[in-house]
Design a protein around this ligand. Structure first.
Ligand SMILES: [Mg+2]
Length: 363
């Protein structure tokens, strides 16, 4: 299983095929569930899975912490119903008794049977219930099928029923897609300007973004360089190199356009250079989108990509423009100063453009 992540899920961010496996929330443990928030939203009936949610598989007793948690839920006013088709009835009764819960029995989850029985038992509508369980393929899927909101809790440590391993395997295949719908704290609660100001420099969001942006920039530079090298010096074409062949073709067909070129390689260089730059740019798009600016989901990706290329190509032109201007002013005394100045201004442009335009957050 990939690293556990908690939070709210926004189904609109992922394909429809995943919707029925996607919980409304993922919680690190029962104790991380905000019971009063559920109550305020009109939830009245808590449906609970047993194995690896309330107790470890085969355990006969809830921990004191779980008993205390259930007591708190009942104090708020919740009814609790265990949704489990274990055949160890004595064990089930003991667990249910210790937390003051009712039980229902029926067909295996994700069948709707037990959920419906519980709703009938407590005379509740699906909107008034909440299901808490540790498995996507049973607890969450069954609840979603019945129109009941589901909270997926991290499974308790310990052994599991053998048959569960198949569910877990399917879960692993799903989690990648499902986590795309997770609303990360970055999306949900952008820190207020005041909070941001009070953080130590090393923890400021913008500082993290600048560092990540610089790493992506450095990587892109290496990638750009490597691709240019391969395109120019490695890929064969005809009797020599592809770049030579391309260059001589260009000079032959567009003599007026390429009369400045000293040879075929020089004629091909700017074209292949842009090809490499474009690949590196595209690579940086994905890294900056996902890692630097932590944009989740596929929503708006196409629009972000258009804005991104606009910024990146402008950035490249600014870079080259400043380089050429300074080079002309300073003359051929230093290559480094114009080069560094162009790259620096281009980098600042790119960072601001991506941060506040290409990947700007909605709202
Ligand atoms: Mg379970």
């Amino acid at each position: 299983m990939r690293e556990w992540q908690s939070g709210r899920f926004d189904r609109q961010r992922i394909g429809r095929v995943y919707h029925r496996f996607t919980p409304a929330h993922a919680a690190e443990s029962l104790h991380a569930i905000d019971l009063s928030e559920l109550w305020q939203r009109g939830k009245r009936l808590l449906m609970l899975d047993v194995d690896n949610t309330l107790v470890q598989w085969h355990a006969h007793e809830c921990s004191d912490a779980v008993v205390e948690w259930a007591r708190e839920a009942k104090r708020i006013g919740f009814d609790i119903c265990i949704i489990s088709n274990t055949n160890q009835l004595e064990r089930l009764a003991k667990i249910a008794g210790s937390i003051g819960a009712e039980t229902v029995r029926g067909r295996f989850k994700p069948s709707r049977s037990m959920y419906r029985l519980a709703l009938v038992k407590f005379k509740r509508k699906p909107e008034e219930a909440i299901m808490v369980g540790d498995q996507l393929m049973t607890d969450v899927l069954g609840a979603n099928r019945t129109g009941i909101e589901a909270i997926w809790v991290r499974r308790l440590e310990g052994k599991e029923f053998k048959g569960t391993s198949i569910n877990r395997m399917m879960e692993r295949m799903l989690t990648g897609a499902i986590y795309q719908a997770l609303v990360t704290p970055v999306d949900e609660t952008p820190s207020s300007p005041d909070e941001e100001r009070e953080k130590p420099v090393a923890q400021k969001t913008i500082v993290h973004q600048i560092i990540k942006f610089a790493i992506v920039g450095g990587t892109s530079f290496c990638l750009d360089y490597a691709i240019t090298y391969v395109l120019m010096n490695v890929i064969p074409g005809g009797h020599g190199l592809m770049s030579q062949r391309l260059g001589s073709g260009l000079i032959r067909h567009f003599p007026g356009l390429f009369n400045w070129a000293k040879g075929p390689a020089e004629a091909a260089a700017p074209i292949l250079g842009w090809v490499a730059a474009f690949i590196a740019m595209t690579n940086a798009f994905f890294w900056n989108r996902h890692w630097t600016f932590e944009v989740r989901g596929k929503e708006e990706r196409a629009a972000q990509m258009r804005r991104y290329y606009f910024i990146a190509i402008m950035g490249q032109l600014i870079n080259v423009g400043i380089f050429s201007a300074l080079f002309n002013i300073i003359g051929n005394h230093s290559l480094a100063i114009p080069k560094i100045a162009g790259a620096a201004v281009g980098a600042v442009w790119n960072f601001l453009g991506q941060r506040f335009y290409a990947f700007r957050s909605r709202g």
